[in-house]
Design a protein around this ligand. Sequence first.
Ligand code: PRX
Length: 662
Amino acid sequence: MTSTTTQQGPQESRIFPSPAAFAAQATVSGMDAYNALCAEAAADYEGFWGRLAKENLVWQKPFTKVLNEDNAPFYKWFEDGHLNVSYNCLDRNLQNGNADKTAIIFEADDGKSVHVTYKELHEKVCKFANGLKSRGIKKGDRVIIYMSMSVEGVAAMQACARIGATHSVVFGGFSAKSLQERIIDAGAVAVITADEQMRGGKQLPLKAIVDEALALGGCDTIKDVIVYKRTGGNINFVAGRDLWLHDLVDNQSAECEPEWVDAEHPLFILYTSGSTGTPKGVQHSSGGYLLWAALTMKWSFDIKPNDVYWCTADIGWVTGHSYIAYGPTAVGATQVVFEGIPTFPNAGRFWGTIAKHKVSIFYTAPTAIRSLIKASDLDASVHPKNYDLSSVRLLGTVGEPINPEAWMWYYTQVGREVCPIVDTFWQTETGGHMITPLPGATPMVPGSCTLPLPGIMAAIVDESGADVPNGQGGILVVKRPWPSMIRTIWNNPDRFKSSYFPEELGGKMYLAGDGAIRNKDTGYFTITGRIDDVLNVSGHRMGTMEIESALVANPLVAEAAVVGKPDETTGESICAFVVLKQARPTGDDAKKLALELRNWVAKEIGPIAKPKEIRFGDNLPKTRSGKIMRRLLRVLAKGETITQDVSTLENPAILEQLKEAS
Ligand code: PRX
């Protein structure tokens, strides 16, 4: 925690009641139903969660204990219960009449689509799981999945779950070095990848990056690299290590007895950025995690048997875990899995795909909405009004705050003013939605994620952990454990405790890392942004320290400081202040070097971490004790004049140099 935010929430007075037709059929049918669930949780917390876990999951051995707090904050949920996640997502659907229902509509980059039924997906996953077993991969082993959006990517995750292997999906946009670091930290035994990925009409490498990552060294635990043939592009094959997925699975049995695991068994590790050090391996459970992924599909998305659901996230992020791989399958939904990008072949791709597959629930990121607003302002032919979006009944957003203007456009232009919007606030660590309107119940306010879901004890406190009154900004915390919460940081329980349950707050409250404010009248939450050194660029989390470390790893760089700068489209953009070991470059030299360093960061971390701007100085603004004054850098990045007191600054003249981008 570096500071308490005292920012005020947006002055937004518009309130949109849930559209009546929607409310009439909604799973949570109004505020009375919402309040009743909250009251149930308040009256008997364990009873509430125990009931939901029994009703929403199939247990091979029922649990007798709901919550174990003995070793807090290492909470355990449903710990003596046994289940299998893939059984809950697949076999359950074969038994309850969904065998021939479409599980996945795969919409390829080139616009071709394929329907896969639950029976077919089950068969694919069983064969995949048997293939993994045939390579000696077993319960508790870690498997890295480095793939683009595909049926095989989802199947790989489910296959790991079926045999009790813990997967760690690495987003296909991460660099070889990032991949290598994750392989080493997870101690993985195998990598599942594809020859190449298709994005925006281009073939991009995947397997070649795996080769590069392994060549960087230290990955001795890896025995197998399993390759899904997506494009048939030319790739290198290492005998004895690499094998084609089709060779591995083709002759396997289509039946695979699930490995029954304890509810606490780690289903996956997903790396995410923190304010310090290397990315953290967020470890999630099997039982508690799946309960929330399934239940929020019903509560937040009001999922019904005939819905066609589409979440545009990538399986490399938590949204693609909870709301593509696991949540939708756990409730037997039909979903679109999209390989491409929103702007190919043109910026009408989302709207065209909704019309084509009659999507009824659509879930995307504010950055995508903002960029499509811009695109349709420039080219009216890609405006949503040109497409038949009448199938849509519910809209959702995730990953970053949505500004009221973008919310209104989404509501009127995409949702025809008849679709509720669920602005879902949550995090990699929370496993599923935390604060969101319930469609059909919660009146909506543009830019506010409104109220916590029943059972989620979210609150706003000051730096000592005391509650702050509504209308006053503070630190967002969750006061009680909940089933889908992070269990630990892989390999680093101490960091788990200090990052999320800091002693300053009493060691028992979960610290989200965001600032928030509640409206004086409605009690609605508005997220005011991170209170640590974490940036949110296009809904992707980036640690400023990680980018700084990447920059100083360049032989030319002596020092670097990275801050976020508000950006109209991406929410925030990355602005880096750099001191070189050589003289400060100017003019074309500076431009050339800035480009070189941007590409360097892309190579070190991945293109998503590329600074948008690099500014060179002879030094950075520092206090006399040598501390970099980041708050001044944030002001400079915004292009604003510094009005703060700079008397503690050792070298005020430096501010002038850092005013403008190279
Ligand atoms: O700052 C919050 C922001 O995204 C962070 C979590 O990022 P990540 O773990 O990558 O997960 C993203 C997908 C769940 C949060 O700490 N954030 C997420 N959703 C919202 C949001 N900020 C405002 N409004 C949201 N709806």
